[in-house]
Design a protein around this ligand. Structure first.
Ligand code: GLC
Length: 643
């Protein structure tokens, strides 16, 4: 059951699509104040666990942390970072009383989850908020009800579940070819390569640098013919450059955000000064979406939207201060001056709305704009993932978790974020595998890839300032071959479980306690997850470890992949130390369940999803199966396969 409660007003966020009735009196929380902000407080019992909050640091259990929903471009990820790129204000309290609460507000919100031992959840919403309270029988039930209320996940094509390589710094055809060749020569699988900002003419959206890519259209088709799709980046800001038709039309039709004087607002990002499309305005969204025709005409079928918090290096107002950026200026907020976000406005149905009040929606609305545009331009499903997001954007595209770094903590955070992201609708998600900043060691990359084999988005991405991070550049290619080939073996399961979860508003990743609610021990497990209906994963996330301790809440089948064969052995309920070499993947199949695995391939097009072997001690598996491109994705594509 879901009921909603309003505290002040706020612009429509589009997060909830189901009809929800107004409740009479907000349960669980006390509420104080309105207008300037409302403070909510909810007492917690000692054993209560707080799940959710999507893209946030710390563990699966959010207790003992403070999280600020204010979409930020800040690459210094660590456990005390309050804000990342998305705002996902849904939390799920599990204990004596189990319920979900979604604070639907497009402005800044602060969640103090018992940080200082207050024994409370304190939430401050700076502006109007609608609070949705979800009640149900169990954590699973509550999560599912919430997912049903916010609408079905975006559905990517099958190839988007392949392995992708990316790096800020690939400049020209030659660079891209050499990456594809590197993978091919090493016999390593690859499905796509991302084109970062250097493919553009001076970082201007909807352009191609002709010197670097003289004939992009034939290059895209040449690469596609060898099984490698190219995925260009698209940034939020449009370079101020009269004569550029996209810019000119945006100015002429009034599609850009306005500054404090009512003129088009100027802020610097990669191309220098830009104007921001007013994604809050339908006509501007439609216009921006139409621009993707430039890419679809070139044959692109996948895109990543970036810098859409929006990231601001400096604005027309903070220009002189740009030099102070790293000097502890209290107004500086990792990439932008907070005041910059108070310096422009949106036009929402004729009403001028300060950006500050809808800040957390900007990236989500960019994703909506491109997704709606692409749906008109393409007949098939497309790959789309964004950096910034808000709940609701999950219906339009996936997300990646931004500029992490090559550290063991970030690998762990990739892991702990997955269930929270799923609870907030973002099923198609993943992190920069290997880490964006910093140099990635061979060991870290192999362990990270072993986790990423289970995340729907599996992309190795890194910044220009680091050592190259393509798998074929590391010694001992067979270890990489073993891990990457696992992804193509497990594809029938991963794709099927993703599609089933998306179509039935369910989670793909869940904390152990969601599947084993009566198991006391499962409640505190932070390093194991259930993936889909059948699998428990317990990846190695520690430097130098030869293996790890795994807790099994019931008897299961231990499956070990060594690059050649799967071996299955029964594993008893309880604690085990499991050895896992760098080239191996070990996972567990729940009692009575099955997992279909394929014969493999070095490209998703080579994987025969129909030709599968069932692992596990179950008897049958219900597989979702289609051509991987059709938009007609329904339960009619389910088939039962038996042993
Ligand atoms: C941002 C993105 C990163 C990208 C870089 C250059 O930092 O998060 O993924 O490589 O910009 O475009």
């Amino acid at each position: 059951m879901i009921e909603k409660y309003s505290f002040g007003t706020h612009p429509e966020t589009g997060a909830v699509v189901a009809a929800v009735r107004e409740g009479e009196r907000l349960p669980y929380f006390t509420a104080k104040g309105e207008g300037e902000g409302t403070r909510f407080a909810c007492p917690l019992e000692k054993g209560d666990i707080v799940y959710g909050l999507g893209e946030t640091m710390r563990g699966i259990n959010k207790r003992g942390g403070r999280y600020v929903s204010f979409n930020s471009d800040n690459p210094h990820h660590n456990d005390s970072m309050p804000s990342l790129y998305g705002s996902h204000n849904f939390l799920l309290v599990s204990g004596e009383r189990t319920f979900g609460a979604f604070f639907d507000t497009p402005a800044r919100a602060v969640f103090d989850i018992d940080l200082s031992g207050s024994g409370r959840i304190d939430v401050l919403c700076e502006r109007g908020v609608t609070v949705y309270i979800v009640e149900g029988e169990s954590c699973n039930d509550i999560a599912r009800q919430f997912l049903a209320a916010i609408g079905k996940s975006y559905l990517p094509p099958l190839w988007a579940f392949g392995f992708g390589q990316s790096r800020w710094g690939y400049k020209c055809e030659k660079d891209i070819r050499s990456v594809a060749n590197g993978y091919e020569r090493a016999g390593l699988p690859l499905d796509y390569i991302c084109l970062d900002i250097d493919y553009m003419d001076r970082y201007i959206d909807f352009t191609v640098n002709k010197k670097r890519f003289p004939d992009m259209k034939s290059f895209v088709s040449e690469m596609k013919a060898r099984g490698v799709r190219l995925v260009p980046i698209v940034d939020a800001g449009i370079k101020i450059e009269p004569g550029n038709p996209v810019f000119d039309e945006g100015v002429e039709k009034g599609y850009f955000c306005k500054n404090l004087e009512g003129k088009d607002f100027s802020a610097a990002v990669w191309p220098g000064l830009t104007h921001f499309p007013d994604f809050m305005k339908k006509e501007a969204r439609d216009w921006f979406g139409r621009q993707y025709k430039f890419y679809t005409d070139l044959g692109f079928e996948g895109f990543w939207n970036d810098m859409n918090e929006p990231a601001i290096f400096y604005s027309e107002y903070s220009k002189g201060k740009a030099g102070d950026r790293a000097c502890g200026d209290p107004l500086y907020k990792g990439g932008a001056y907070l005041n910059d976000y108070k310096s422009f406005t949106h036009d929402m149905d004729g009403e001028t709305v300060p950006h500050w009040e809808v800040h957390n929606l900007f990236g989500a609305k960019m994703t909506q704009a491109s997704s709606e545009g692409l749906q008109k331009l393409l007949k098939t499903r497309f790959l789309l993932f964004s950096r910034s997001s808000y709940i609701g954007a999950h219906r339009y595209g996936g997300i990646w978790t931004g500029d992490n770094n090559s550290s063991w903590l970030m690998l762990r955070r990739n892991f702990t974020m997955m269930p929270g992201l799923n609870m907030c609708g973002f099923l198609f998600s993943g992190a920069d595998t290997g880490g964006f900043g910093g140099n990635c060691s061979r060991e870290l990359l192999l362990r990270w890839l072993a986790l990423s084999c289970f995340t729907p988005l599996m992309r190795d991405h890194t910044t220009i300032f680091t050592r190259r991070q393509e798998c074929y550049r590391y010694r001992g290619k067979n270890d990489f071959k073993s891990i990457l080939s696992f992804r193509y073996r497990i594809l029938p399961y991963l794709y099927s479980e993703f599609m089933k979860a998306a179509l039935s508003s369910d989670l793909l990743f869940r904390p152990l306690a969601f599947s084993y609610p009566k198991d006391e021990r499962a409640k505190s497990v932070e390093d194991e997850l259930i993936v889909g209906d059948s699998i428990l994963i317990a990846p190695v996330m520690e430097k130098g470890a030869k293996g790890r301790t795994v807790y099994l809440p019931e008897d299961m089948t231990e499956v070990r992949w060594n690059g050649k064969v799967f071996t299955e052995i029964p594993a008893a309920k309880g604690e085990h130390f499991v050895k896992v070499s760098l080239h191996e993947i070990v996972f567990y199949i729940r009692k009575g369940k099955c997992v279909p695995v394929s014969k493999g391939g070095t490209n998703t097009s080579e994987v025969d999803l129909k030709d599968v072997t069932l692992l596990g001690d179950g008897k049958e598996y219900t597989q979702y199966l289609d051509d991987g491109l059709t938009r007609d994705c329904t339960a009619k594509n389910l088939r039962v396969i038996t042993k």
